[in-house]
Design a protein around this ligand. Structure first.
Ligand SMILES: Nc1ncnc2c1ncn2[C@@H]1O[C@H](COP(=O)(O)OP(=O)(O)OP(=O)(O)O)[C@@H](O)[C@H]1O
Ligand SMILES: [Mg+2]
Length: 287
């Protein structure tokens, strides 16, 4: 998408939004994550506003999934501090456990169990909240009703008893969304949850997510590839490039210079050599 087209995108909100650090749910200070010996996130200073939707955008490999895994407590950074505003510093294991319990995640790979039905997968969203001794008993009725409601919310009621192996990619993604919704979490971390659903459905989920955020004062962080969706559904935007934050701002305050910076990062990525093309050339250079 051209930078000029980006500037004309419809966006949420106007007027004077709250600054990003005014009411933080989670704060990262000077966070660095290393993978395979290299730094894939560095110098990350960030406040995630409570009760709002924050979109994380950036090209493939820029560090979105890694950032989300720090925010949901799945990955402890090599350097820096992660603070849950209510629970404190997550380097304390009790705070980290509690943070994980009040957070629901939708993973890029869905992480569903294929041989179980959609309904059972949604119920498993509550597995860590169930006393171990009850694990092998049938789920209580009220919990089953919650699971059915969550499947209804994503339009999959009719597939409740179908094995996930027999669902399409978009339907699996919707099961993953329902599994997060059933937790009624304080914080939801979603990694490209709309990647395999058609645009109409993505819009419907976006609206329904917004209603949930407003009703339950939920904090949502969502990695998105679609810039137009980010501008329309999110309150705040974080743009990553090569493991660093290049833009963080309320959506209504994103200025053309920010969009240019995001666009240039995308262009730089697009102009990287395609390994499929350069590999034979590299080989021929060795002859
Ligand atoms: N298991 C791993 N070992 C080593 N490096 C990894 C590993 N997983 C990811 N990386 C590297 O970390 C960087 C950030 O990856 P990450 O998955 O966070 O990117 P992303 O922005 O989510 O990309 P995408 O849009 O493709 O999902 C990339 O350079 C990636 O190659
Ligand atoms: Mg990713």
């Amino acid at each position: 998408m051209a930078a000029t087209a980006l500037k004309n995108l419809p966006r949420r909100g106007s007027g004077a939004p709250k600054p990003m650090n005014s009411n933080p749910a989670i704060t990262l200070q000077d966070v660095e994550v290393r993978r395979g010996g290299t730094s894939v996130l560095r110098g990350i200073d960030l406040s995630v506003p409570q009760g709002a939707i924050t979109a994380v955008i950036g090209v493939s490999g820029s560090g979105k999934t890694t950032l989300l895994s720090v925010l949901n407590g799945g990955r402890v950074p090599e350097k820096g501090t992660v603070i849950n505003f209510e629970l404190g510093d997550l380097s304390a294991s009790s705070a980290l456990l509690q943070h994980r319990r009040q957070t629901a995640s939708i993973y890029q790979t869905y992480a569903l169990i294929g041989r179980l039905t959609a309904l059972d997968n949604v119920l498993l969203g509550l597995a860590d909240q169930l006393p171990a001794m009850l694990f092998f008993l049938p789920w209580p009725k009220r919990v089953q009703i919650r699971a059915v409601e969550a499947l209804g919310e994503v339009g999959l009621l009719s597939k409740s008893l179908v094995r996930v192996d027999d669902l399409s990619g978009g339907e699996r993604q919707r099961v993953a969304i329902a599994r997060a919704l059933i937790r009624q979490p304080r914080i939801m971390i979603a990694d490209e949850p709309f990647a395999s659903v058609d645009p109409g459905l993505a819009d419907r989920f976006a609206n329904s997510l917004r209603r949930t955020v407003e009703k339950h004062n939920m904090t949502v962080v969502i990695a998105l590839h679609q810039m137009h969706l980010a501008m329309r559904m999110a309150d705040y935007i974080i743009a990553l490039a090569a493991g660093q934050i290049i833009v963080k701002a309320p959506v209504s305050e994103v200025v053309p210079a920010d969009l240019d910076r995001i666009f240039q990062a995308e262009m730089k990525y697009a102009s990287l050599p395609n390994p499929a093309i350069t590999f034979p050339q590299a080989l021929s250079g060795c002859q």
